[in-house]
Design a protein around this ligand. Structure first.
Ligand SMILES: NC(=O)c1ccc[n+]([C@@H]2O[C@H](COP(=O)([O-])OP(=O)(O)OC[C@H]3O[C@@H](n4cnc5c(N)ncnc54)[C@H](O)[C@@H]3O)[C@@H](O)[C@H]2O)c1
Length: 333
């Protein structure tokens, strides 16, 4: 049985990927420091899969703990999700973001190299494409310039660290997955996106408006050059995204590979809101707020490379994501 180490495995995307791994017969170890997730997620994963991943409460900044873990375990693959991801916070605390995200990645890769573990899949983001106006993004486009915030720059820098590591170590393989906008959750409703503190992504905000914890949804900008004036993004169901990691592992090859993981279809903020209202049967209070600096009007993935090379396609819809979000919301009450 192949064994996979998942950093950030109690987090939103990591936990969904752990479920797919366990359901596909992999043995899974998780590292997480629970800074943005809860230990209860392990029980929920077990309830869904009837299998329990091994949990290690380790901070990736702690090199000694990491070395000890690698001394005692062999891994066939490492999936690296852990890191800080709040865009606004990264603008206020850039050094925290550079320290946490860069040192975590370096510590992890150093430990892997020292223990002869050669396969890593890294959670990158469409944010590395910066502010260029495409609106359809392909992997061959320039990355690294015009990135709006320190969080995004850490993603770009880690991509570069992995490329340089592969260049220096011919046996090392790194697959970089550039996610577009993950939404939804496991259809059981037992796990979902429930960040500690103030949420950054749109669905946790929508959920908190629906439960009255936040008064209304701010829609940032309604004067963009788009069909309804609001931004259009490529929202991908997190279960499809999770399956992309298994496809990436199964097709890993020496050196660096980069894939967009998205649906290839844009949805506007107002369309997303309407989908939630239609699934819930209730109107969601919202107001139009000024544009946010750094936002482009439209951005969606060209996922052809992942479709062809990884034999991976998205299957789930925005309506599926809304149905699953409501189920998760119910389970939280
Ligand atoms: N959610 C998105 O919209 C999105 C989009 C693009 C890329 N990503 C990237 O995907 C990855 C997973 O995102 P997510 O939405 O699941 O985030 P998340 O915050 O839910 O999960 C990240 C996990 O990492 C853990 N963590 C943070 N710092 C750590 C450290 N120093 N040591 C150990 N654990 C640590 C957190 O406790 C959390 O459980 C992140 O790298 C994120 O940047 C997310």
């Amino acid at each position: 049985m192949q064994k996979v180490l998942v950093t950030g495995g109690t987090g939103y995307i990591g936990s969904h990927t752990v479920i797919e791994l366990l359901n596909s017969g992999y043995e899974v170890d998780i590292i997480d420091n629970l800074s943005n997730s809860k230990a209860e997620t392990i029980a929920a994963i077990e309830a869904i899969t009837k299998k329990r991943p091994t949990f290690h409460n380790i901070d990736l900044l702690n090199r000694e703990s990491l070395t000890e873990l690698f001394d005692n375990n062999h891994y066939d693959f490492v999936l690296h999700f852990a890191g800080l991801k709040a865009v606004g916070e990264s603008v206020e605390k850039p050094l925290l973001y550079y320290r946490t995200n860069l040192d975590s990645a370096i510590n992890l890769v150093e430990a892997m190299l020292a223990h002869g573990i050669n396969n890593i899949v890294f959670s990158s983001s469409a944010t590395v494409y910066g502010r260029q106006y495409s609106p359809e993004y392909v992997e061959t486009m320039q990355v690294g310039s015009g990135i709006a915030n320190p969080y995004g720059r850490t993603k770009y820098m880690i991509e570069e660290i992995l490329k340089d590591t592969c260049a220096a170590n011919p046996d090392f393989s790194a697959t970089i997955l550039r996610y577009f906008n993950p939404i939804g959750n496991h259809p059981s409703g037992l796990i979902g996106e429930n960040p500690n503190g103030i949420p950054n992504n749109i669905m946790p905000v929508i959920m908190r408006v629906a439960t009255g914890q936040i008064k209304e949804l701010n829609v940032y900008g309604n004067d963009y050059d788009t069909p309804d004036g609001t931004c259009r993004r490529d929202y991908i169901h997190v279960v499809d995204l999770a399956k992309g990691h298994l496809a990436a592992m199964q097709h890993i090859k020496p050196g660096v590979s980069v894939y967009n993981l998205g649906t290839g279809k844009p949805t506007s903020v107002l369309e997303l809101l309407a989908a939630f209202e239609s699934a819930s049967g209730h109107e969601l209070p919202h107001v139009f707020a000024p544009r946010r600096s750094g936002d482009v009007a439209e951005m969606w993935a060209n996922p052809s490379l992942a479709n062809q090379e990884l034999n991976w396609h998205t299957n789930l819809t925005i309506a599926d994501a809304m149905r699953d979000t409501l189920k998760f919301l119910e389970s939280q009450r």
